[in-house]
Each structure stands twice: as C-alpha cells, then as structure tokens.
Design a protein around this ligand. Structure first.
Ligand code: 0O2
Length: 219
C-alpha cells in the first residue's frame, strides 16, 4: 500500500468519525433546548446531567471483531449503532419517559430501536431506557442520517450502573457470586428509592400553600 492510499484511509476514517460527532452534537443541542425551555417556561428542570462519548477506534475495532462484522465502513455503519452515545440522567422515572417522548416526537428524528430496561430490567438489575435515534446531519455534500444511542436513566440508576461497570471491569466480567447478589439487591434498593423519591416529589407538588398551616400572626 502506498503512503497516498494510507493517507486516504486515514482521511476516510476521520470523516467517518466526524459524522458521528456531528450527530451527537445535534442530539445534545436538542436536549439542551428542551432543558432550557423547561427551566424558563415550566420553572422545572427534569435533567440532572448529560454526558456524551464517541466510541474509541480501539473499541470499534474490538466490536467489529467480536461481532464478526465485515471490516469496511459501510458494514460498520450498518451494524454498529452505538458509535455516538448520549446519556441523559433525569431526576425521576416520569421525566425519563417524558424526555424520551419529547425527543422522539420531533419530526426530524427517526426511532430505530428502543430497549426499555426500566420496564424489563436485565437479570443483573440494570435499568435504563435505550434508544437508537437517527438524526439528519447537513454536510457540504448533502444530508446524511446518523444513528446515536441515547440512554435515559435516573440518578439512582446511573449511580448503580456506574459502580456495576467498575466492578465488572475490575473482575473482567468474572464477578464473584456474592458481589453479583449484592449488586442485584442494590438494584432493587435503587428501584425502591426511585419510587419513594418520585412519590415525595408528587406529594410536595400537590401540597399547595393554602393547605399548609398558617403561621401565627404576630401582634
Ligand atoms: P459504553 O462504554 O457505556 O458504551 P452491545 O452494544 O453489543 O454491548 P447491545 O445489546 O447492543 O450490547 O446494547 P444494549 O443492551 O443496548 O447496551 C449497551 C450499553 O448499555 C452498554 O454499552 C452500557 O453503556 C449499557 N449497559 C447495558 N447493560 C449494562 C449493564 O449490565 N451494566 C452497565 N453498567 N451498563 C450496561 P457498552 O458498549 O458496554 O459500554
């Protein structure tokens, strides 16, 4: 292979990754507009934080090999849909579904896959709402549709998933049984906490000032 061909391949790979970065930015913008609109017009912020990441070239190569995908750009585009990822952490489960509904109702968004691990948690207790969304990106050569994996979850789900991920990584997938059991129990506790916090939030909002006891009148 000549140096020119190697450079062409490098440029093509950079263009390939840029497509995902632009798609990710489109989704980030949509989410930040929703967040600002909520804050200004509903005096409520349903989003705690948003985190985005692009899969590293190493991680893409590893997935291509693990899944037996043809190592060309078209096959990777077709089969790997989580190169761009955005994680939206909300306060409550109701906010997770509200955000999902608002984002997926937008005309330019196409919903490719939805995996509701909140309605049906994974065996280890993992909960989150996953969606592969396609968003248009307008390049100088014309528009393209870019898939972005959006994960919606609550703070409690995020806390659990982040610790589980670290434990999984530390034991390279071979997590001792007693830790697996503890993690599953912790996932149940996180679910209960989500329910109690949401209930509390609803009660606080349905309690109007007039329903509160009046402070004594000072004379
Ligand atoms: P990262 O670094 O977060 O991107 P696959 O993508 O092939 O591994 P699948 O079935 O296509 O799996 O996707 P799925 O089930 O929608 O989940 C993929 C992503 O969800 C993972 O990405 C994690 O971010 C998260 N996830 C799924 N299951 C678990 C779990 O049991 N524990 C934790 N902590 N996270 C989970 P990556 O690529 O593994 O990692």
């Amino acid at each position: 292979q000549t140096i020119t061909e190697a450079r062409e391949l490098r440029d093509e790979f950079q263009r390939f990754l840029h497509e995902y970065e632009f798609g990710m930015r489109e989704i980030e913008t949509k989410i930040s507009i929703l967040r600002d609109e909520f804050a200004h017009h509903h005096s409520y912020n349903p989003i705690e934080h948003v985190k985005s990441r692009l899969k590293t070239p190493d991680s893409i190569v590893e997935k291509v090999a693990r899944r037996g995908i043809e190592p060309d750009f078209d096959s990777i585009r077709e089969h790997i849909t989580d190169i761009a990822g955005v994680r939206v952490t909300c306060s409550f489960v109701a906010d997770v579904y509200r955000l999902f509904d608002l984002l997926t109702a937008q005309d330019d968004i196409t919903v490719r896959i939805v995996k509701d691990y909140i309605a049906r948690p994974k065996a280890n207790g993992y909960r989150s709402l996953h969606a592969i969304l396609e968003v248009p990106v307008f390049l100088s050569s014309g528009p393209i549709m870019v898939p972005v994996e959006v994960q919606f979850r609550t703070i409690a789900m995020d806390f659990w998933a982040s610790l589980e991920h670290k434990i999984h990584y530390k034991f390279q997938g071979q997590v001792p049984a007693h830790l697996v059991d503890s993690l599953t129990a912790a996932a149940d506790a996180a679910t209960e906490l989500d329910e109690r916090m949401e209930q509390l939030h609803r009660e606080a909002h349905s309690t109007t000032l007039t329903a509160l006891p009046k402070p004594p009148i000072e004379v």
